[in-house]
Design a protein around this ligand. Sequence first.
Ligand SMILES: [Zn+2]
Length: 67
Amino acid sequence: MLQPLRCPVCGRSSIEPVLQKITVQAHSADFHGEIGGLRMYRCTELGHIFFVRKADLEDENPQTMAS
Ligand SMILES: [Zn+2]
């Protein structure tokens, strides 16, 4: 399983996983439903929160995460 290398907001490399299996309830003009398959991470220095698709962390394309 890959891990994000940097916070996408501030670019710092101090990242920790917060919740491993979550489902998000999404409501917009043309979509109401659950979105699964996400992982949640937190930037430990500034507290930024971000989500990454679990499928993107499963070693199919490692270069994407390293660049
Ligand atoms: Zn950050």
